[in-house]
Write a protein that binds this ligand. Structure first.
Ligand code: ASP
Ligand code: MG
Length: 443
């Protein structure tokens, strides 16, 4: 069994959806996880914003526009009048439901219910299309088996038991379709796995059904060795280890939801990143068998804030760092990079929601400086500690760029540097020349 996930752009237009149907119709056993049609979840978020602001006219205008979009979509997706009528009825029912939320109190529960409609719509339209094409499939209702616990973590025991139960309702069935992103929570309410969460659904389902492979289909041919929006002549990386992929997914390479690596790694299920537009292209394989001892990729993450705490109290003291970290823990703000000297510690965060309060508390320990508009440049690969020369290669390439922080040796897979965002492009290009263009063989 394989689990294949198709993202919003892969089902974003009728022709694309038809292409997906063609791609998956090979008679092999699989679960197909779909995102919402691209743009839908964003519009649903806007609708919930209007509803929170009690602006019904704004909400209705956005609903009407989205519904019209689906009207056109249906017109081009199906051939027969029956299918068009059935799909139109379906869309009417979904939009009546969404419209119902303009009548009453709007809270986080209603918000989540609205956000869940995108995936319900895309999977139902797709299922109808398969029916019209006489492709035999079963629609699995994700809200019956996807579940998160009180901490927002997936409840694997529940998921495994219940997805198996849903599957066993269709003996002999080879092709299953289900919704990404949506789930129930510990209280049985409709919830979700956060934006971009369909990848996470695919990897959790892969584990739950003991799949031999998880495929994530998008509109790019895998993870690239550098940011293709900034650097010319990047290329897809053929293979990555789970840890390398996790670093890259977190640091900028938007192609894969960072949480989706861990379950696959724990169950040792390879994850393939494939391109719907170019299905023959190899893409990227993420597995435990990736080649070692190589620099594989460079990625960058923007909007980073550095905080420096300078304190005489730190000198030869123990417990100082713990007190600092506790402040971040209290404000639920993750720290990304950290470097220390004997009298100061610098660390970075990307979530500034609680920055003012955090700084106020840190000032009790000493002098606090905050730097904004920074970018983390992250070099990912397999850096064996006994191999020398890697640091020279990296820093040699960056001679002309001021570096604010360096993190080396935290793991064997990552070297991170902090630079001003205005230097990011230059740094990515210089590293590309120094690390990839000088070596001839592509990974
Ligand atoms: N539709 C959701 C989003 O746009 C989930 C996903 O596409 O992965 O965030
Ligand atoms: Mg995505």
């Amino acid at each position: 069994m394989k689990v294949l996930k198709f993202g919003g752009t892969s089902v974003g237009a009728p022709q694309r959806m038809q292409q997906v149907a063609h791609l998956i119709n090979d008679g092999r056993k699989k679960i197909v996880v779909l995102s919402a049609v691209s743009g839908t979840t964003n519009t649903l978020v806007e609708i919930t914003d209007c509803l929170y602001a009690k602006d019904k006219a704004c909400a209705r205008a956005k609903m009407d526009e989205l519904k019209m979009h689906y009207g056109q979509f249906i017109e081009n997706l199906y051939r027969t009048t029956e299918a068009k009528e059935e799909a139109t009825e379906l869309i009417n029912a979904y939009f009546d439901y969404i419209n119902g939320f303009t009548k009453d109190l709007f809270t986080i529960y209603e918000e989540r219910a609205v956000l869940a409609q995108g995936e319900l719509i895309s999977t139902n339209l797709f299922y109808l299309y398969l029916k019209e094409q006489q492709i035999d499939a079963a629609l699995l209702p994700a809200l019956e088996f996807m579940r998160i616990d009180k901490d927002g973590e997936p409840d694997m025991f529940y998921i495994e038991k219940n997805v198996q139960a849903e599957i066993s309702k269709h003996p002999g069935q080879q092709l299953f379709i289900t919704q990404g992103y949506i789930s129930r929570n510990a209280f049985g309410e409709i919830d979700n796995l956060k934006r971009g969460g369909s990848d996470y659904t695919a990897s959790l389902l892969g584990v739950a059904v003991k799949a031999d492979e998880i495929q994530i289909w998008t509109d790019i041919d895998g993870m690239h060795n550098n940011d293709p929006r900034i650097v010319k002549d990047t290329y897809p990386i053929k293979e990555l280890s789970f840890d390398e992929a996790a670093e890259l997914a977190y640091f900028g390479a938007k192609i894969l939801h960072p949480s989706s690596i861990r379950p696959a790694k724990e169950a040792n299920i390879p994850v393939k990143l494939k391109n719907t537009m170019e299905p023959e292209a190899e893409g990227t394989v993420i597995s435990a068998n990736s080649s070692k001892d190589r620099i594989k990729a460079i990625a960058a993450k923007d909007k980073i804030i550095a905080i420096k705490i300078k304190s005489g109290r730190m000198l030869m003291a123990y417990g100082f760092l713990r007190s600092v970290f506790e402040v971040f823990e209290r404000y639920k703000t993750p720290i990304d990079m950290i470097t220390t000297s004997e009298v100061a510690v610098s660390l970075t965060i990307d979530n500034t929601d609680q920055l003012v309060d955090i700084v106020k508390e840190l000032q009790e320990f000493g002098l606090v400086e905050v730097d904004r508009d920074l970018s983390i440049i992250c070099i990912v690969g397999d850096f064996l500690t006994d191999k020398y020369g890697t640091a020279v290669e990296i820093f040699g390439s960056l001679q002309h760029i001021p570096i604010r922080m360096i993190s080396y040796g935290g793991s064997n897979n990552n070297v991170s540097l902090l630079v001003k965002s205005s230097h990011k492009k230059e740094a990515l290009e210089a590293l590309n020349v120094g690390l990839f263009e000088k070596t001839s063989s592509h990974v």
